[in-house]
Design a binder for this molecule. Structure first.
Ligand code: UD1
Length: 375
């Protein structure tokens, strides 16, 4: 039997752990063959290559090498480069993940070429249109043929925007499949020991322009971390954007002088080992809000809103500004062990299998003349 070709687009650090479980499920399926397309939006080894290797992904079949640039440049360059690949190869399916510039760019290419295009992690909304990722989410969901959602709020958001119900399938949270896939390696990595951490510690990660690009907000963030450091020692793997801003303002020296451990970004397995051992996390990441809920670790998110509200209503996540975070952190230190671990439905490590089932079901709905989805 001829295998149907599925292009999987990976671009930036948060994409790789969403693509990997699906790549493995497709590769082992017998009826589908995954083709990995790396746009190159993230290019440093510890933001990209090491993470691919960690997750057992092969070298990408196509590397578009687009690199950094303005949003317009990144989106446009991916459209041009992927447009050539997609037109020449005409895959049976295209799957885009998450909400980065490459997600929207590749989706635009796919749907315009009439390739059945799927968005994995569809339906999330922060309702904050100043956030570039929110624009990417809204636009991607509006054009994709199939929308795979992680949680009921995703389905509700899409239905409210007029997306026909038959396009939507709730598959669950694919990122947690990566965690389960690597659970043994994560335990064995013993990153806290490797970093010589004795006793409780917090992990901090920040990269959003809204927190790090404005010098006043960055100074407030640094003051917040220094206050938290008084209650719980912090390890801070620093994203390249944040490293540049901290160095430019000399605030990295202040953090170091307060005893905060600034380290390079870590590959997936080592990073999850560090998070899994943490007493609390302070972040502005999207994915870490979900991983801490899955692990039952208190997470304080320095943002005004989240596109992942289920991590607050059912999980361990709390939103705060920089001035409120230290008090929330101290409160979190008091609720050790309270209550049972609550995990949203379908956050169970079996999302890739549900994606494969849905793809098989929908493959039966393809009109064999134009390869369009009969929706
Ligand atoms: C991008 C995504 C964001 C995601 C984040 C995770 C968009 C709109 N944003 O933001 O959704 O949460 O990635 O990391 O797509 N840089 C490096 N090495 C790299 C990558 C970037 O040094 O491998 C530098 C760039 O040169 C730039 C800065 O980091 O100065 C920001 O990178 P960029 O890709 O523009 O966006 P992110 O802020 O990482």
């Amino acid at each position: 039997m001829t295998r149907q070709i599925v292009h999987l687009i990976a671009a930036a650090r948060p994409n790789f752990m969403k693509v990997a479980p699906l790549w493995h499920a497709l590769a082992g399926s017998g009826d589908f063959a995954p083709v990995l397309v790396h746009t190159g939006q993230h290019y440093d080894a510890n933001m990209s290559g090491d993470i691919l290797a960690d997750l057992g992904l092969p070298d990408p079949d196509f590397h578009l090498g687009i690199g950094s640039g303005s949003h317009a440049e990144q989106t446009g360059k991916v459209m041009i480069a992927y447009g050539e690949v997609a037109a020449a190869r005409r895959p049976d399916w295209l799957v885009v993940v998450g909400d980065v510039n490459s997600t929207l760019a590749a989706a635009l290419v796919g749907v315009k070429l009439g390739i059945p295009t799927v968005h994995l992690e569809a339906g999330l909304r922060s309702r904050d249109r100043t956030m570039p990722e929110e624009i990417n989410r809204i636009a991607t969901d509006a054009i994709c043929d199939v929308l795979w959602t992680p949680s009921p709020d995703g389905d509700e958001n899409l239905l409210a925007e007029g997306v026909p119900a038959q396009r939507i399938t709730r598959v669950g949270n694919i990122m947690l499949d990566s965690f389960e896939m690597k659970r043994g390696a994560i335990a064995a990595a013993a990153e806290p020991t490797a970093l010589d951490l004795k006793g409780d510690y917090a992990v901090a990660t920040f990269h959003r322009p809204s927190n790090v690009d404005d010098p006043i907000k960055l100074a407030a963030l640094v003051a917040c971390l220094i206050e938290i450091q008084g209650a719980l020692p912090i390890v801070f793997p620093v994203h390249p954007r944040t490293a540049a801003r901290l160095q430019a303002s000399g605030l990295d020296t202040q953090l170091g002088a307060a005893g905060i451990r600034l380290i390079d970004p870590l590959p997936y397995v080592r990073f999850m080992s560090l998070v899994a051992g943490a007493r609390a996390v302070v972040t502005d990441s999207g994915g870490i809000q979900e991983e801490t809920t899955y692990l039952g670790i208190p997470c304080i998110t320095l943002r005004e809103n989240t596109e992942r509200p289920i991590t607050v209503t059912e999980g361990t996540n709390r939103l705060s500004d920089a001035s409120g975070a230290p008090a929330l952190l101290r409160a979190a230190l008091r609720w050790r062990g309270e209550g049972a671990l609550a995990r949203p439905e379908y956050w169970d490590g079996r999302t890739a299998a549900r994606c494969l089932d849905d793809l098989r079901r929908r493959a039966g709905m393809l009109d064999n003349v134009g390869r369009r989805l009969a929706l």
